[in-house]
Design a protein around this ligand. Structure first.
Ligand SMILES: [Zn+2]
Length: 131
C-alpha cells in the first residue's frame, strides 16, 4: 500500500470543501414536506442547521452518500464536479436539493484519523474547530 500523505509537503494536512445544501422546488409540485430555500451546511463530518431549517428524512437519506464525495476535489469531467442537484427520492415529488461547494477547510490527518498509531487530539477539541 502506498502512503501518499507526503504529497502535501509533509504537513499532514488535507482539505475538504464546506457544502451548502438547499431545497429547490422546480416546476413540479413537491409532495413531501419540503420548504424552498431551507438549507443546511456540511463542515467536515458535521451537518450544521440554522434555527428553523429542516430537511425531509427521506431526502437526507438520499443525499448522505453523495456529500463526502462532493466535499473532495474531483476532476473537471467527473459528473460529481458538474452535477449539483439531487432529486427527492419520491418519484412523484418535484423537489431538488442543490449542493454548493462554499469554501475549503483544512484538516489534519492526525486530528481526523481513527488509526490509533497516527491519532492526535481530535480537531473538534481544539480552539477554532468547525462548529
Ligand atoms: Zn419530496
Amino acid at each position: 500500500m502506498v502512503d501518499d500523505r507526503t504529497d502535501d509537503g509533509g504537513t499532514g494536512r488535507f482539505w475538504l470543501y464546506d457544502l451548502r445544501v438547499h431545497t429547490v422546488i422546480g416546476d413540479r409540485i413537491a409532495v413531501c414536506h419540503h420548504v424552498e430555500g431551507d438549507s443546511f451546511q456540511v463542515h467536515g463530518e458535521s451537518l450544521v442547521f440554522e434555527e428553523g431549517q429542516s430537511i425531509s428524512l427521506y431526502a437526507l437519506a438520499a443525499l448522505l452518500p453523495l456529500l463526502p464525495a462532493k466535499q473532495r476535489d474531483t476532476e473537471a469531467n467527473d459528473w460529481m464536479s458538474t452535477d449539483a442537484e439531487i432529486a427527492c427520492p419520491d418519484p412523484h415529488c418535484g423537489a431538488r436539493f442543490r449542493i454548493e461547494r462554499t469554501a475549503k477547510r483544512w484538516f489534519s490527518h492526525a486530528e481526523t484519523t481513527g488509526l490509533p498509531d497516527a491519532r492526535s487530539t481530535p480537531y473538534w477539541q481544539k480552539s477554532g474547530a468547525p462548529e
